[in-house]
Write a protein that binds this ligand. Structure first.
Ligand SMILES: [Zn+2]
Length: 314
């Protein structure tokens, strides 16, 4: 029995086919091209899924979709996706009619959390908090071995937990959100303020084939001993620790999984983050919690496929 996993991102949409054990059988991607509208997207998604049905036929039993944005998992509707510019788009229903397969839809961070739970942790922990550290910060919760939705399907918006009253402006319109400090865009905004000459910095530290002022460049700089870069990463760790401390006190997870591009700079932000966690007064949840970093860039699509299978076969 196989499941299709779909991860709808701002730039690319990824499709995978995995088996129950999480083994990847195939993957492909196409450009999301959100500006062409949901109808065009659904047509192209339908064609891609048709191709997979042609290849795998009756072995396919389910579809799981993860999408960046506010998702109504009960109705399979993408309520709001700021980076796609879409509102109230039904995806699960049309895809079910097209394929005849049950189709589960969730926020992409929820699917990544499910991927972390099944693939990274092999279900060894029942209570897991997964944080996706990318341009934005998403999170998903597995509580008691189940994906936790909250009352409206919105649970796990950790990126918009406020950590600094009246602080930096966030993409959501609020001030002082965790994402406004620790999302990659926010990290680079803080770096831009700290570094005098951006061009020279990029020339010196960026990868030669990708001369851009980004978190890879900032990590290279820290590696080379640049004090401003090291300071920015340490600050990032402190902010992340502050956000995480509140979440750990609230949820008492057995494991926190950090994933996404920013987590690759672990060497430079993790010590400061752990220091904040270690300084909390209620000690037990912090001494118990395992912090793991996953470099698996496909947790979202794999998690979506496995979650679809889980729901269909339950
Ligand atoms: Zn926010």
């Amino acid at each position: 029995m196989l499941g299709i996993g779909i991860d709808i991102g701002g730039t690319n949409t990824k499709l995978v086919v995995v088996n129950r054990a999480g083994k990847l059988l195939t993957q492909e991607r196409f450009k999301t091209e959100a500006a062409k509208g949901p109808a065009s997207f659904l047509k192209r998604l339908g064609a891609a899924v048709d191709g997979l049905r042609h290849d795998y036929g009756r072995q396919l039993v389910s579809v799981g979709i993860g999408a960046a944005g506010d998702v109504d998992p009960d109705r399979g509707v993408l309520r709001f996706a700021p980076n796609l510019g879409w509102r109230n788009v039904a995806l699960a229903g049309p895809l079910e009619r097209l394929t005849g397969l049950p189709c589960a839809m969730e926020n992409d961070a929820n699917m990544a959390a499910w991927g972390a739970y099944e693939i990274e942790l092999k279900r060894k922990h029942d209570n897991v908090l997964a944080l996706t550290l990318g341009t934005g910060i998403g999170s998903g919760l597995i509580l008691g071995g189940k994906l936790y939705h909250g009352a409206s399907g919105t649970a796990g918006e950790a990126g918009h937990v406020k950590i600094v009253p009246g602080g930096r402006l966030c993409g959501c319109g609020g001030e002082g959100c965790l994402e406004a400090y620790c999302g990659s865009k926010a990290i680079m905004a803080r770096a831009r303020e700290a570094i005098k000459c951006e061009d020279a910095f990029v020339k010196k530290y960026a990868d030669p084939d990708r001369e851009r002022f980004n978190t890879i460049c900032l990590t290279n700089a820290a590696e080379a001993g640049n004090p401003a870069a090291r300071k920015i990463w340490a600050e990032t760790g402190r902010y992340l620790g502050m956000g995480l401390a509140g979440l750990i006190l609230m949820l008492n997870p057995g494991c926190v999984v950090l994933t996404g591009g920013v987590s690759r700079a672990r060497k430079w932000f993790l010590p400061a983050m752990l220091k904040v966690l270690g300084a909390q007064q209620i000690k037990t949840p912090f001494t118990r919690v395992k912090i793991r970093i996953s470099d698996d860039a496909d947790l979202g699509s794999h998690g979506a496929a496995l979650f679809g299978l889980e729901k269909a076969l339950k």
